[in-house]
Design a protein around this ligand. Structure first.
Ligand SMILES: [Fe+2]
Length: 490
């Protein structure tokens, strides 16, 4: 392995016993390029060609108040596969806020758990008091990686092969772009949404394969809401209005208190992908959903799969350090109880049907992106460590046969969201690999694993050593080199 370390960034973070600034959530501040990574076990397949990108949250400066892991600064990690070889690099996303805090050599913004007044500068996005850290999601569109922030911010354009930040997406509207824009690889289009505390509270937009904003319309809501993800089919985008949102009275005092309103149903907006046709609304059981896996049209019905939360306002986590009880409750899938779920919306009758697909606690699902928006068969979910926002393994569901198989990473080993990398020339939907970074707390190291998606329970076909231990984070994606270069599938 050839390792190049880059000029260190300025950091003012002091050691602490914060549960999400230690262990697998210890922030990484080093930026490197590593060529010809070493294999720990197995062999790097020669039949994939592309990049895995992961966004992580690495706090650089001493927090002004109480730190929440979603306050951390966005860092992209990349592993690039070609011809049976793998290279790695990582870079902080050079956001406006990153540069401002590097210049100040200190934090300028408070976090999610702080009062808005803690920030020394005006904040960004729906919350209004936060730093736009671009640390939540990463996808590839129009040949570029886009990193985004869950409270709505600017979409940062990053070269997916060099990880150089090129600036902000020129098409981003004033209310910003939420995390989880979606790309239809068949058309090359990107669909996005944003939300805010002012009417009409939500918008939906489309950016084409040539990176032009071609559609933007309001999707009016009854008040400020906290949507996190969207889905799409061949003809529709699916947005949501869940009964978990900021308390309206507290919001008038500029305080952000999230409350579940169990008497209010969940509502789903079926929006034509383009044009200003009618938005159809459907009601369903009250819940909150962080992430969808996929959606598709099936005759008169729209089918939507995602993770239904049985306990969206989980309250205090009893074993948390003082002051962090609510934070740890909201970060624990076993406390908010997310399960794979299917909603069916009948466009003819207006009726909704729903069912639980698996009783296990799961979240952070991925699919073969070539079937995004179309009828699909396989979904890959993650399991997590009770009490913690840490991924411990993967479950593959066959939605046709309603069977599943799984793989657990082992004690002290924590994975990352594992997108599907299709094998070159693949025709089967599950002909490819799940790609994940694994933090090994037993050894203080990190590695990349590839798992044959047809044989999840066999475990990794290769384990590749990363040059440093990385910090845990949220989302990741896979992009074929051909898709990066061509901007859509031929
Ligand atoms: Fe997310």
């Amino acid at each position: 392995m050839q390792l190049t370390r880059h000029k260190p960034i300025v950091t003012s973070l002091k050691p602490s016993n914060h549960p999400y600034l230690n262990g697998a959530w210890t922030p990484l501040h080093e930026e490197v390029d590593a060529l010809e990574l070493e294999v720990i076990e197995g062999a790097i397949p020669t039949d994939i060609d592309g990049v895995y990108l992961r966004n992580t949250e690495n706090q650089i400066h001493q927090p002004l108040g109480r730190f929440h892991p979603f306050d951390g600064d966005g860092m992209l990690h990349q592993i690039d596969f070609a011809n049976g070889r793998a290279n790695y690099r990582n870079r902080f996303v050079r956001t406006r806020c990153f540069h401002a805090e590097q210049e100040a050599q200190d934090s300028l913004w408070g976090g999610l758990m702080d009062r808005v007044g803690v920030s020394k500068r005006p904040g960004f996005g729906a919350h209004g008091g936060l730093k736009d850290s671009s640390s939540t999601d990463v996808i590839v569109h129009a040949g570029k990686a886009l990193s985004t922030f869950y409270q709505c911010g600017e979409a940062y354009v990053v070269d997916p092969e060099t990880l150089e930040t090129e600036g902000v997406a020129h098409w981003g509207p004033l209310d910003g772009v939420s995390a989880h824009p979606k790309v239809d690889e068949r058309t090359g289009e990107l669909m996005f949404f944003n939300y805010s505390t002012h009417a009409p509270y939500m918008h939906y937009g489309v950016v084409d394969a040539d990176n032009k904003l071609i559609h933007y319309r309001p999707v009016p809501l009854p008040g400020p809401r906290l949507p996190h993800d969207m889905a799409f089919t061949e003809n529709y985008a699916i947005l949501n209005d869940f009964p978990l949102f900021w308390d309206p009275e507290a919001l008038k005092l500029n305080a952000h208190v999230v409350r579940m309103h169990p008497g209010i149903p969940s509502r789903f907006a079926i929006v034509p992908r383009r044009g200003n046709g009618e938005i159809r609304w459907f009601e369903a059981a009250p819940t909150f959903v962080l992430h969808w896996t996929n959606a598709y049209e099936d005759g008169d019905e729209i089918v939507l799969d995602g993770y239904f939360q049985s306990n969206p306002e989980p309250g205090k986590f009893k074993d948390a350090p003082q002051g962090y009880e609510h934070m740890m409750g909201h970060l624990d899938e076993h406390t908010f109880q997310s399960r794979l779920h299917r909603w069916r919306f009948n466009l003819k009758t207006g009726a909704t049907q729903e069912e639980t697909l698996d009783p296990r606690i799961l979240e952070f699902g991925t699919i073969n992106q070539r079937v995004a928006g179309r009828k699909y068969r396989y979904v890959y979910s993650t399991t997590s460590k009770p009490g913690w926002f840490l991924f411990t393994g993967f479950v593959k569901h066959d939605l046709e046969t309603r069977t599943s198989e799984s793989y657990e990473l082992g004690e002290g080993r924590y994975g990352s969201e594992a997108p599907f990398a299709p094998r070159i020339g693949a025709t089967d939907e599950d002909d490819g690999y799940l790609v994940s970074f694994v933090i090994d707390e037993n050894r203080g190291t990190a590695e990349c694993v590839l798992i044959d998606a047809k044989r999840i329970d066999d475990g990794p076909v290769v384990r590749i050593a990363l040059p440093h231990k990385i910090c845990s984070g949220t989302h990741a994606c896979w992009a074929d080199r051909q898709f990066i270069r061509d901007r859509k599938r031929p």
